[in-house]
Design a protein around this ligand. Structure first.
Ligand code: SDX
Length: 386
């Protein structure tokens, strides 16, 4: 639709830039998963229903969704040896490092089985990634790991694994559950961003899905990408604690003092308001009120946004809030530590990563990815004395 070819994107093989999964119009601020506007999915769907949509191209029937949900519940247990894997890591390990390492280790339990059983691998990853994530959280707290409870929904099981403990029953808060499901939907796919391109590039070599997802998690961890949601909270807390005020901080950003950036602002594609950020901002007030949480960081975020949107520096560079700008305030209100924010992004993005990996590997035209380079180095030179 853009008239550009793969060569304009720097990838030699065309299959790595063609996709039927997600459409983004960066100027209009439009995002659609398989043609469905993100606003309608966020309001009416669920994480697992959208996961099926992204992977298989259509919304599942009620029976298909029920069977998918049931299969995932049946695969939540980790091998007991894999649980011991966590004891090899320091409790200070960043949960994103734990997540990537554990997913890579997960593949070792299935070597020799049918590596081509992509459908089963996708079910295993959807079922086990949240458990690994919760164990990384519990590990950082020095708390015991709980076993999954397959009578609970996907999101409720995840919440209980994170916030439940061995000593007492865990009461599910429906506000929390619905809000987290919506946030996960908003993160499920975003076309060929850095981490999805990583998953596709690694997958194009013939590496298995676990390895490709492990690489995607590492790519997502960077502060310019998924790591931004953690960096936004640190930025807001720094503004609060320093007492410098929003205005002074914005001036430092404009001066590019020490490379400081307005984290959660700007985007490679959106040169308008990120439609996901709009939805998150709307639900931030609702979720915090529903949880009975008042957080001055939300007020700082709103003041910061107002300041930036009215400032020529940001307007002329077409810098708007992106998906990471408000999510952290909600995750914090839910009780997640800041270092778990990008892990939540990874759980959200897993279906999109797998949908792209599967789409690429189903395409017989796919060749190994080989980003094109423009050589700007020295012309031929002669070795001394030769
Ligand atoms: C995600 O690709 C995706 O789809 C990603 C994602 C997904 O769902 O997968 O949407 C998720 O990663 C969102 C982005 C999260 N990252 C951040 O919030 C980090 C802060 N943002 C920036 O680092 C930056 O905006 C990027 C990396 C997101 C985008 O960079 P661009 O589009 O390459 O912009 P640029 O670096 O070319 O900047 C253009 C100008 C520069 O100024 P000048 O050199 O022209 O004077 O805008 C400035 C930049 O300095 N600028 C910023 C800024 N972002 C860009 N200035 C201050 N604060 C910022 N955040």
């Amino acid at each position: 639709q853009t008239g550009l070819t793969a060569l304009d994107y720097g990838f030699v093989n065309t299959a790595s830039t063609q996709s039927e999964i997600t459409y983004i119009d960066g100027n209009q601020g439009i995002l659609r998963y398989r043609g469905y506007p993100i606003e309608q999915l966020a309001e009416n769907s669920t994480y697992l229903e959208v996961a099926w949509l992204l992977i298989y191209g259509s919304l599942p029937s009620a029976d298909e969704l029920a069977e998918f949900d049931e299969k995932i519940r049946r695969h939540t247990l980790l091998h007991e040896d894999l649980k011991r894997f966590f004891s090899a890591l320091p409790h200070t390990a960043h949960p994103m490092s734990v997540l990537s390492s554990a997913v890579s280790a997960l593949s070792t339990y299935y070597e020799g089985t049918d590596p081509d059983d992509v459908e089963l691998t996708m079910v295993r990853l959807l079922a086990k990634l949240p458990v690994i994530a919760a164990y990384a959280h519990k590990k950082s707290l020095g708390q015991a790991f709980l076993y999954p409870d397959n009578s609970l929904s996907f999101v409720d099981n995840f919440l209980r694994l994170n916030f439940g403990n061995m000593a007492e029953p865990y009461d599910i808060d429906p506000t929390l559950s619905k809000a987290l499901d919506r946030l996960l939907i908003l993160h499920e796919d975003h076309e060929q961003n850095a981490s999805t391109s990583t998953v596709r590039l690694v997958g194009s070599t013939g590496a298995n899905l676990y390895s490709s997802i492990s690489a995607g998690i590492q790519a997502l961890s960077g502060p310019l990408h998924g790591g931004a949601n953690e960096a936004v909270l640190q930025m807001l807390a720094q503004i609060r604690d320093s007492g410098e005020g929003v205005g002074k901080f914005v001036e430092r950003v404009k001066r590019k003092e020490d490379g400081v950036k307005l984290m959660g602002f700007g985007h490679r594609v959106y040169k308008n308001y990120d439609p996901r950020a709009k939805i998150v901002k709307q639900s931030a007030d609702e979720v915090l009120a529903g949880l009975g949480v008042a957080d001055p960081l939300l007020d700082i975020a709103k003041e910061l946004e107002q300041f930036a949107l009215e400032d020529e520096y940001f307007k002329e560079r077409r810098l708007y809030p992106n998906v990471d700008f408000y999510t952290g305030v909600i995750y914090k209100a839910m009780g997640f530590p800041t270092r778990m924010f990008t892990v939540l992004f990874a759980i959200g993005r897993l279906p999109g990563w797998m949908a792209h990996w599967r789409e690429m590997n189903l395409d017989p035209q796919t060749k190994i990815g080989r980003p094109q380079q423009l050589y700007v180095g020295e012309a031929e030179r002669r070795y001394p004395g030769v």
